[in-house]
Unconditional design. Sequence first.
Length: 218
Amino acid sequence: MHGTRRRAARNKTPTKSAATKSDLTVSLPSFLVEGSDLAFREFIADLFAAASTMQALRRALGHSVRLSAAEFSILLATWCLQKQGKANISAIARHLHIASAHVTAEVGKLVDSSHLRKTRDRSDSRAVVVTLTKRGEAILIELAPLLRAINTKLFSGIAPSEVAVISRFLKRIVAEAPQSTRMVRAFSPPSFHLSEDRGPKRKNLTNSHKARHQSVHG
């Protein structure tokens, strides 16, 4: 009988790990510190903050030369790829990890504003080569000293070996992110459906209240 009571007590009192395991945001043991994911959560917060800050920096740079962040990104990518060889729509899309359709739209805008030009590839008549115009190149050359100063500030004290590790990490994140996004879109929290079910009732109650208010004060 005492054994039965002890077993019942054990069943009613969850262990500390069982009580906290359900709200962990990562299951990889190497990212847990004494069973806690708090350090990992702080890292994710820093990661999003860094991404947001870099996006804001790019928007500011684009704004300084009257371009959108997307247009400025395309301009920089073309500049980079030209130094390696040919720049075309698919190469720019791979470089920026975005869809070719987005690149095509932004390149069109930059061609209209005389920052880029499109020509047929001599080795493949079906392909289009994207190059900087004198205007586009002049803008980037003028910005180069500022870009050097910014990058020197951002990466001061960081070893090239550390940058290589970060680069591999970011490439993996970019490669895996689409699958994660699909997981989110397929997810349907039960609590959301519950709030949806309650939504119309709250709306009806509100309408009913309005009707009573109008009947009294009408």
